[in-house]
Design a protein around this ligand. Structure first.
Ligand SMILES: CSCC[C@H](NC=O)C(=O)O
Ligand SMILES: [Zn+2]
Ligand SMILES: [Zn+2]
Length: 414
């Protein structure tokens, strides 16, 4: 029987083997695994539970000057589902190929950063490094389904207040090129349902004002808006994440019987759903007016529902963006720490999708989205999500540089 190895790679693999995919993430196993890691490293831990069955693990490494605002490192515990049949290796086997690729749902999004935070702290502690500011690691549930029972609750808790967070890091995205990417904002999701009603009738009749006709007109108008935004991207004038995206995600219509859809009846109701992403500077009222006037006008028997998924402005009504210029000392320290790790950073970007960072930014706390993966295909939420072990190990070193710099700089208080 081969002896169980205990290396940074096997520790990563073991975390990846815990099935934390929705809709039934195994939070209990994930938290107990990470807690054991924290104990081995010598970190304080507490488990918070704002909603039953949805634990949040908070780890702390006290600084020598706990009166200074702290540094928070965040990672979510949960993953999106995977379809095992469509993968080369089972998504929860943590399989490592001969050339060092580690396959797993969560390998990039975002179990890598959780374990890299811990490995970096382990190494810094091994070198007798003592942080000046306290360093906290939050391992939170439910990011992939909006974070409402997770980070959204956490930021409103007294436990969060007591951390006195001055700066936070959260997940970013892989970089196919040779430079790391960093994100200063997210886009904000709206779920949009548009519904049409109309005249029912025989499938053979052509007449005005059927529900399907009304809905299809709207779908065309939404598509035209989508194209106008996408044109800007394709013309190279903006990044994908700098325009408003709208993508159809379902259509629901038709009269059904036990035998399936009834082909010769035109239905009296039809509905379509869209995933919208607003940029930090999108005017939500203007978009709402457009939806009401053009996408779902009452004149065409349309109605709509917007499901807003979290805050889009801070408490003072400002867009949720972290400053990435010389006026933000945290940014300067971050940049410097990347350079001293011998790495390069590309221009700060807006993340196309959405993370828990929005809840922290809403509190007025600067947050950068960062996952140290370069020369790596972007595979989050995709089949065959994997990460090269050399990239993973390099990321640990990068975090050593980041954590030591961010926790020992004392010029700014916030
Ligand atoms: C409703 S918030 C959804 C959050 C999710 N996060 C990662 O993929 C996303 O769709 O971007
Ligand atoms: Zn993620
Ligand atoms: Zn995700």
């Amino acid at each position: 029987h081969q002896q169980e190895l205990n290396t940074p790679i096997t520790r990563f693999q073991n975390y990846l083997r815990i099935n934390t995919a929705h809709p039934t993430p195994d939070y209990t196993s994930a938290v107990s695994y990470l807690k054991a890691q924290a104990q081995a490293i010598g970190l304080h831990h507490q488990t918070l539970q704002f909603v039953p069955g949805k634990p949040l693990l908070l780890l702390s490494w006290p600084g020598s000057d706990p009166s200074l605002p702290s540094v928070l490192l965040n990672s979510h515990l949960d993953s999106v589902p995977a379809e095992p049949d469509k993968w080369l290796h089972h998504p929860f086997s943590g399989h490592r190929t001969a050339d060092g690729k580690i396959f797993a749902r969560g390998a990039q999004d975002d179990k890598c950063i959780a374990m890299q935070y811990l490995e970096a702290i382990r190494n810094l502690k091994g070198r007798e490094f003592t942080p000046t500011r306290s360093v906290h690691v939050s391992l939170v549930p439910d990011e992939e389904i909006g974070g409402f029972d997770g980070h959204a609750r956490f930021v409103e808790s007294k436990e969060f207040d007591e951390l006195n967070v001055g700066f936070a890091l959260d997940e970013g995205q892989a970089s196919p090129g040779d430079e790391f990417r960093v994100f200063y904002a997210d886009r904000f999701p709206w779920g949009l349902k548009i519904k049409a009603t109309g005249q029912p009738g025989h499938g053979a009749r052509m007449y005005d004002n059927s529900a399907m006709e009304n809905l299809m007109k709207s779908v065309e108008i939404v598509s035209r808006f989508r194209e106008s935004e996408f044109d800007v991207v394709e013309a190279g004038k903006a990044a994908n994440s700098e325009v408003v995206s709208v993508n159809p995600v379902y259509v629901k219509a038709g009269v059904t019987s036990e035998n399936g859809f009834v082909m010769n009846v035109q239905p009296s109701e039809a509905e379509a759903g869209f995933d919208l992403r607003l940029t930090p500077t999108t005017d939500p009222d203007e978009l709402r007016r457009r939806i009401a006037a053009e996408w779902a006008p009452t004149a065409r028997n349309m109605s709509y529902e917007i499901i807003e998924k979290g805050p889009i402005r801070d408490l003072l009504g400002r867009p949720l963006m972290t400053v990435t210029n010389d006026s933000n000392p945290w940014w300067l320290v971050f940049k410097q720490a990347i350079t001293s790790a011998g790495e390069k950073l590309s221009k700060p970007e807006i993340l196309a999708s959405t993370t828990d960072a929005r809840f922290i930014r809403r509190k007025g706390i600067p947050v950068l989205g960062f996952s140290p993966m370069k020369n790596t295909p972007i595979l989050l939420h995709d089949h065959n999500e994997h990460l090269q072990e050399t990239v993973y190990l390099k990321g640990i070193e990068v975090y050593e540089s980041l954590i030591s710099s961010l926790s020992s700089f004392t010029k700014a208080s916030h």
